[in-house]
Design a protein around this ligand. Structure first.
Ligand code: A3P
Length: 313
């Protein structure tokens, strides 16, 4: 069966090649990747070498932030023919047990790629885990770091919604958002609550800056990636020194999902899983405003450090 599939794909690929004039370059390259992927399924190490496929350490990492749109960013970047992604979150630098397994273990978790391609992984916990910047620096001090952020209050609600859903799945009860974000004793914002702390981006970024210069970071606007992804992706292509290849053809709005979905070629398109784009619970307006006031000074500092201003309240 695999053999028949292989012949069939070779034929399609050949036909595509003959009509290369009217088919976008990335479509052809994707087809080639698909063709090799199939071939790879029961291929030996020798065969992989023959096709110049090997595993590479990431040259860029999406370090966070949790609920910023990290999955969407990774998937959208993988539309680029020169980008391959580690599908799962690897959690190498934030998990002591994994880190102790060494860099060879990390490399094994990476997908096969061609020499001209770059590998990208995402593990949003990296951004807020103290040990991570130093560990990444020790592996590659010139690595490129991608950080995707959303308006901090929305991000906190998104974070809460994910935890709430997990509790509900286990038939457990959970506090309301308002109860968690406000300290009942002081009536102030509860900075012990993780969803609040994670949204204080400047606090974590300042720690990263002890190891990497700001030029090694690129900040992605996660709210903009939801409504109009292409301009954000173009900026990332530039930051990664990649030729501009992701186009409007690769992204289409799916009204049912309420989000942009991905078109790799005329045969293959996909939307993100249903766990991305959850409906958030309504939040009391005065609590929302209190949170926005709380984040405001941290946001100002974040704009100042990154040189990128957002329209956050
Ligand atoms: P919500 O579920 O709160 O809407 P992460 O991948 O870091 O967990 O981020 C999840 C968020 O990605 C979702 O948060 C969603 O809004 C956002 N997102 C951005 N682009 C998306 C897309 N094209 N499809 C689905 N979700 C997307």
């Amino acid at each position: 069966l695999l053999h028949t599939k292989f012949i069939y794909l070779s034929l399609i690929f050949h036909l595509l090649k003959q009509h290369a004039v009217c088919i976008p370059l990335h479509t052809l390259q994707r087809k080639q990747a698909l063709h090799l992927k199939l071939h790879r399924r029961n291929s030996t190490r020798e065969q992989l070498r023959m096709h110049h496929l090997f595993k590479q350490l990431p040259r860029a990492i999406i370090i966070g932030v949790r609920k910023g749109g990290t999955r969407a960013l990774l998937e959208m970047l993988s539309l680029h023919p020169a980008v391959v992604k580690a599908s799962q979150e690897v959690h190498f630098f934030d998990n002591d047990e994994n880190y102790d397994r060494g860099v060879d273990w990390y490399l094994k978790k990476m997908p096969f790629s061609f020499p001209h391609q770059i590998t990208i992984e995402k593990s949003p916990a990296y951004f807020i885990t103290e040990e991570v910047p130093e560990r990444i620096f020790k592996m590659n001090s010139s690595i490129k770091l991608l950080l995707i952020v959303r308006e901090p209050t929305i991000r906190a609600v998104s974070d809460y919604t994910q935890v709430l859903e997990g509790k509900e799945r286990k038939n457990k009860t959970y506090n309301k958002f308002e109860e968690l974000v406000i300290d009942t004793k002081t009536c102030e914002v509860n900075t012990k609550y993780k969803a609040v702390r994670t949204s204080i981006y400047t606090k974590y970024l300042e720690h990263w800056l002890k190891f990497f210069p700001i030029e090694q970071f690129h900040i992605v606007d996660g709210d903009h990636l939801i409504t109009d992804p292409l301009p954000e992706l173009k900026l990332v292509e530039q930051f990664l020194n990649l030729p501009s290849r992701i186009s409007q053809y690769n992204l289409y709005f799916n009204a049912t999902r309420g989000f942009f979905c991905l078109r790799f070629n005329f045969m293959f398109s996909k939307c993100l899983a249903g766990s991305k784009g959850r409906i958030h619970p309504d939040v009391n307006l005065s609590i929302k405003e209190k949170l926005q006031r709380f984040f405001h000074p941290f946001n100002q500092k974040f704009y100042q450090i990154t040189g990128r201003t957002f329209n956050w309240p």
